[in-house]
Ligand binder design. Structure first.
Ligand SMILES: [Zn+2]
Length: 399
């Protein structure tokens, strides 16, 4: 795989001392006495982040339809980029010419990139996994590629990601114990190779997080966590959740796995989730989240409100003069009625996607802010009661 980015590539450090050093620091600033919820400050090469934090997904170096300035004004602190997509388009040599994704997309805040493994697993055609890495055919043009753990570190360092993720082996749900065990063993081997590669590249500014696998088996989650904690990463993610399992099982595995992770390191639950999922997992001690829900669902007309969700295409909004949410101070709710948003969406006007996305991202950003405030005041249980008391069962109120 041609993964080296132009002449800006860092000079390899031939020293054999493989340390996963990083300039990233994390400090817990508040804890909840009645739950595991906590607040913290995560410092990266491109700025500090207050946790718990939600990271909007900017797959191709853009949060669809929204400018970095709008994200910044809304209070978004960190974006997620997808390594698989950026590697295929525009390609690492293009991003490398700009010295990284920050400059290329005009976002000077922190960026986290996934390793590409999940996208290869879910999008690529003819993907084959071996000890070496993932062999796959691009979902765009069918071209053949090999993605190794070393490649993912090279690509993410060219992107100049503030937080890089190790290549991991994702498994489907359900998976038997033996397949989950094999995937976690390979994930640990690959994590070691990622550390080695990062050490050779001598890149301290790009922190590297590990991903705990183990499917829905508590004994395997424990083993995966123990093996990766041994390798002393500056942060740990939980992968393989929200892949089709029942909610109760997701919360159970999320909670028990979060409890295994070091208190002093940030804990990231990947690909999760709905507002309720996030509230539950913050209560269990998670610090970081990413999910396509607020952005993707906005483009499908679904808007998040305190009572749950509304679908703006519903005919009952045709003449409704109220904003999406009377208490929301976002740009959309300050300036536009439900009737206008309904009209835009029914006509597939481009502005519909923008205004819906602005509201949904604002909802998620405010939700995280409210949780941080509640934890700081040690009032998280009251926050959670209030959150659920406002919600209505699905089916009511046009949801
Ligand atoms: Zn709003």
């Amino acid at each position: 795989m041609g993964t080296r980015c132009s002449s800006d590539s860092p000079a390899p450090d031939p020293g054999g001392n493989c340390k996963n050093t990083s300039g990233l620091t994390f400090r817990v600033t508040g804890t909840s006495r009645k739950s595991r919820a906590r607040t913290g400050i995560l410092s990266t090469a491109h700025g500090t982040i207050r946790t718990p934090v939600f990271m909007p997904v900017g797959t191709l170096g853009t949060v669809k339809g929204i400018t970095p300035e709008e994200l910044r004004n809304m209070g978004v602190q960190i974006l997620l980029g997808n390594t698989y997509h950026l590697y295929l388009r525009p390609g690492i040599n293009v991003i490398g010419r700009f010295g990284g994704l920050h400059e290329f997309m005009n976002w000077d805040g922190p960026i986290l990139t996934d390793s590409g493994g999940f996208q290869v697993f879910s999008l690529a055609q003819m993907s084959k996994i071996t000890e070496e890495g993932y062999a796959f055919a691009s979902h765009i043009d069918g071209s053949r590629h090999l993605l190794t753990p070393e490649d993912t570190v090279d690509i993410q360092s060219c992107i100049d990601s503030d937080i890089m993720m190790c290549l991991d082996q994702c498994i489907a749900y359900p998976s038997d114990h033996d397949s989950a065990l094999k995937a976690l063993e390979l994930t640990t081997q690959w994590a070691e190779r990622c550390i080695k590669r990062k050490s050779i590249l001598n890149i301290e500014k790009n922190a590297l997080f590990a991903i705990i696998q183990g499917g829905m088996y508590p004994d395997l989650r424990k083993r995966s966590a123990e093996e990766l904690i041994q390798l002393d990463f500056p942060g740990y993610a939980i992968g393989g959740l929200s892949v089709g399992e029942p909610k109760d099982l997701m919360y159970e595995i999320g909670e028990s796995t979060l409890a295994l992770l070091p208190d002093k390191k940030p804990r990231y639950v990947m690909g999760v989730g709905t507002p309720a999922d996030i509230v539950e997992l913050v209560e269990s001690g998670a610090d970081m989240f990413d999910c396509v829900l607020p952005t993707r669902n906005a483009r499908n007309g679904q808007l998040f409100v305190n009572s749950g969700t509304i679908n703006i295409s519903n005919a009952r909004f045709k003449t409704d003069p109220r904003p999406v949410d009377e208490k929301c101070a976002c740009y959309t709710c300050t300036n536009y009625s439900r009737a206008y948003l309904h009209h835009l969406y029914r006509n597939r006007e481009l502005l519909a996607y923008r205004l819906n996305t602005l509201h949904n991202l604002d909802y998620y950003t405010r939700l995280m802010e409210k949780m941080r405030n509640a934890i700081e005041k040690d009032e998280f249980p009251a926050f959670k009661r209030d959150f659920y008391s406002k919600r209505q069962p699905p089916g009511k109120n046009g949801q």
